[in-house]
Design a protein around this ligand. Structure first.
Ligand SMILES: C[S@@+](CC[C@H](N)C(=O)[O-])C[C@H]1O[C@@H](n2cnc3c(N)ncnc32)[C@H](O)[C@@H]1O
Length: 296
């Protein structure tokens, strides 16, 4: 396990991942009943953007850096600001003295959005990272941190007693069979918790691989499922070994609240994070796309 998220924290892919995660959680808060979140691949929870790792790549500058800059200039439209509010508020909460140095990973983002009776279950398999995560979330009766395989935890933990909530599956993609592992975990997870929302994040390093993944999911017995892909440059620029320019989410049982704002949110993220001319179609520049894999 060599992957270190600190090199990539706050980049365009994290902004996409975390803005959507925050919106999902915000949606669960529209009802009083408590919700549950399982984060199968949690990381260390919080990242120092002035640290050595973030400084080596500088990736955050073209992610949260750009977005914050646009927000400070008042250049974000009201509808986009509204969609980004839960995410940007969580980022601001990590930097109480103002300025912008600390970036919340998915654990801290979720922790920030929990209410008193909501629960967060965090799995991290890297022993040192699990210790850091444990210290990061601190004493919080709503949050449990475990040093274990997130895919295994899914079997032990689902369905949660709350019956509402979501599972975030965000592996490091170091293993060649990670898409297969995700697919198996999803099929099993949905059997255990058919009403849960499942969010599977993936990097797009090979478009055929993603098309195959989506096609496999179409054959599974799933409830409503969509795939949301986001490219900051023309997908034709994807080359083996080149830097990441696209990523996506498969969302099973996507919250209605998210689907209502998906278009302005994605248009806004594209406008602010793109590194190419924007386009409505693949092969002509930066673009995003929502595909339905399974209808409700
Ligand atoms: C992409 S990072 C997670 C980032 C985090 N979800 C966020 O958004 O802030 C993936 C993490 O999964 C951990 N990991 C790798 N394999 C795992 C497994 N089978 N179960 C749990 N954690 C694992 C890695 O150590 C790494 O910290």
């Amino acid at each position: 396990m060599n992957y270190r998220h600190a090199y990539h924290a706050g980049n365009f892919a994290d902004v996409f991942k975390h803005a959507i995660l925050a919106l999902c959680l915000e949606h669960f808060k529209t009802k009083d009943k408590p919700f549950f979140v399982l984060d199968t691949h949690a990381g260390i929870g919080r990242y120092d953007l002035s640290g050595i790792e973030a400084g080596k790549t500088g990736e955050w500058q073209d992610g949260i850096g750009r977005l914050q800059d646009a927000a400070t200039r008042g250049a974000l439209s009201p509808v986009l600001l509204d969609a980004l509010r839960p995410y940007l508020d969580a980022v601001a909460a990590e930097n109480p003295a103002g300025g912008f140095r600390v970036y919340p990973g998915s654990p801290c983002l979720s922790q920030h959005l929990l209410r008193d009776n909501d629960r967060l279950f965090l799995c991290e398999l890297h022993a040192e990272d699990e210790q850091t995560l444990w210290q990061t979330v601190g004493r919080d009766k709503r949050v449990k941190v475990e040093h274990r395989d997130g895919y295994e935890a899914l079997k032990a933990v689902l369905p949660p007693k709350e019956r509402r909530g979501m599972v975030l599956i965000d592996p490091p993609f170091e293993q060649p069979d990670e898409f297969d592992a995700m697919e198996r975990a999803l099929a099993d997870g949905v059997k255990r918790w058919a009403s849960g929302c499942f969010a599977l994040w993936y990097p797009i390093k090979d478009r055929l691989e993603i098309a195959t993944f989506h096609a496999h999911l179409e054959t599974l017995d799933l409830p409503e499922t969509v795939a949301l892909d986001f490219y900051i440059r023309d997908p034709q620029q994807i080359m083996p070994g080149s830097s990441l320019i696209g990523c996506g989410y498969v969302l099973v049982n996507p919250p209605y609240g998210l689907m209502r704002v998906i278009e302005p949110l994605m248009d806004g993220l594209l406008a602010n994070l793109r590194q190419d001319t924007p386009s409505r179609v693949a092969g002509k520049g930066a673009f995003w796309r929502l595909q339905t894999l399974k209808y409700a």
